[in-house]
Each structure stands twice: as structure tokens, then as C-alpha cells.
Design a protein around this ligand. Structure first.
Ligand SMILES: [Zn+2]
Ligand SMILES: [Zn+2]
Ligand SMILES: [Zn+2]
Length: 258
């Protein structure tokens, strides 16, 4: 069995939004507390793959008692998916090994730009031990092997960026996109679990609305669908009961054995 944990279900700002006094941001319901969207996949061997290293990474790892990170799969290079990369150092110290970081050419280029002190040997960095990370490029569309697991990848449209979606067994993870290409839909038949960007009800240029995500789920018919990357306009107790059967709001800490 593999284990999937949703470490964060929130949009790029996180929820609560710093400084905001709206009903969701001041809510005491833990399901309205959304760290930046990311996930952890633990393989039967114990090998642990982090999906995206956002700015909340350290807090998420402490909250969910993440003991091990062996590899990172980056979906794309936006700040809310990469800015925790420096905190991977902890797992270099604890695990005493380097961490393999996997992404498309475009994503790795963003990582190299944003973290030149880590990846550019000529940057002249002087200080504590840098994160020990090895970059591995994968094609947007194909099958990649990480820690003995085979993940099928496919590109998803997200404004001027291509996001990597993936399928591992009967679970698929599709964050940050708007509109599902037919090529991806073909790979997403017969799913048990689908994690899908459904940001809010109001239209968005580069993210599925909740209605768009629900339409995609109706087309793919997974057994269970979880909406992720949601904003502070989505109150868990108000919105979750309105969703069709089999579709629910994701929340931080959801765990799936698959
Ligand atoms: Zn994002
Ligand atoms: Zn708010
Ligand atoms: Zn994004």
C-alpha cells in the first residue's frame, strides 16, 4: 500500500490570508485553515516523495510529523510551489543523504533562477550548509520512476506556464490548471482518487472554478474527488454540502491509502 497525505489545500496566499478579517479567515474550523497546496506520497519501502515545496513546508512537516523526504516532484515553478525548497535541508541532516528533485525543463529553470545560491556554483555563497539537492529533468508527458514508483505525467495549461499533472496507480494529482486537455483526460480513466484544482466560484484566468472542477470530475468519474488550491471565499461548512456525491473539498491532513 502507498499512503498519500494532503499537506496543504490552499491557494497561493494560504488561508487565512494575512491581515484578512473575513468570516473564513477568522473561522475556528480547522478545515478552513489551508496551507499552500502540496502533498506527501509514502511508498511501501518507506521512500517518501514530496509533491511541491511551498512556503509553508516547514510548518506542514512539523504538523504532519513528516519524518522523511527522499525526493521532490515539482509541478511547476510558481512561488507557492517552490519557496520552501531551502527547508529541505532538514531532511538532508536527518536522512544523511541528498534529495532528488524532479521537474520539467521549465520548472527546473525557475528553481535555478529562484535559488541561484543553491544551484549556481559561481554564486559565491558563504554560510551554513546549503540544501543538498540533485535536479532531474523529466518530459512533461511520459512515465517517470522515482524511488521505484512509476508516475505517469502529463501537461496541464496554467496561463503561460505548463503544469505537470501525474497519475500514480489509481490516484491522480492535478493542481494549478484551467481546462483539462483531452490528452490528459485519456490518462485519467478508471481513477479511484482525483485531487484537482477548484479554486473558488468566481471565474479565474488560470485556475478551474469549483464548477469547472466538478464538470471535469463528472467527465472522469473517479470514485472520490477532492478540490484543492481553494481560496478564502470558500467556507468548508457552507460549500462542502453543496458538492455532488463523490466530490468534496480537500483539507489539510487528508490521508488516503491506495
Ligand atoms: Zn499554486
Ligand atoms: Zn479572508
Ligand atoms: Zn501556479
Amino acid at each position: 500500500m502507498m499512503r498519500f497525505t494532503l499537506l496543504g489545500s490552499g491557494t497561493s496566499t494560504g488561508v487565512p490570508l494575512a491581515g484578512c478579517r473575513c468570516a473564513v479567515c477568522t473561522s475556528t474550523n480547522p478545515k478552513n485553515l489551508r496551507n499552500r497546496t502540496s502533498a506527501l506520497i509514502e511508498l511501501p519501502s518507506g521512500f517518501a516523495i514530496l509533491v511541491d515545496a511551498g512556503p509553508d513546508l516547514r510548518h506542514q512537516c512539523i504538523a504532519h510529523r513528516v519524518r522523511r523526504i527522499d525526493a521532490v516532484l515539482y509541478t511547476h515553478g510558481h512561488a507557492d510551489h517552490i519557496l520552501g525548497t531551502d527547508d529541505l535541508r532538514s531532511y538532508n541532516f536527518i536522512g544523511r543523504h541528498r534529495i532528488s528533485c524532479h521537474g520539467s525543463q521549465e520548472t527546473l529553470a525557475s528553481l535555478r533562477r529562484s535559488f541561484s545560491y543553491i544551484f549556481d556554483q559561481s554564486s559565491g555563497y558563504v554560510g551554513g550548509l546549503l540544501p543538498q539537492l540533485d535536479l532531474h529533468e523529466f518530459p512533461h508527458e511520459g512515465v517517470i520512476e522515482i524511488g521505484g514508483a512509476s508516475l505517469e505525467t502529463f501537461p496541464l495549461p496554467h496561463g503561460d506556464v505548463q503544469v505537470t499533472g501525474f497519475r500514480l496507480g489509481d490516484l491522480a494529482y492535478c493542481t494549478d490548471f484551467k481546462g483539462l486537455p483531452d490528452s490528459a483526460a485519456k490518462k485519467l480513466q478508471g481513477l479511484k482518487y482525483l485531487f484537482i484544482d477548484g479554486i473558488r466560484y468566481e471565474p479565474h484566468n488560470t485556475h478551474n472554478t469549483i464548477e469547472e472542477a466538478v464538470d471535469i470530475a463528472a467527465r472522469l468519474k473517479p470514485e472520490r474527488t477532492f478540490l484543492i488550491h481553494t481560496t478564502h471565499s470558500v467556507d468548508y461548512d457552507e460549500v462542502n454540502p453543496l458538492l455532488p456525491p463523490g466530490i468534496e473539498l480537500g483539507y489539510d491532513g487528508i490521508t488516503i491509502q491506495f
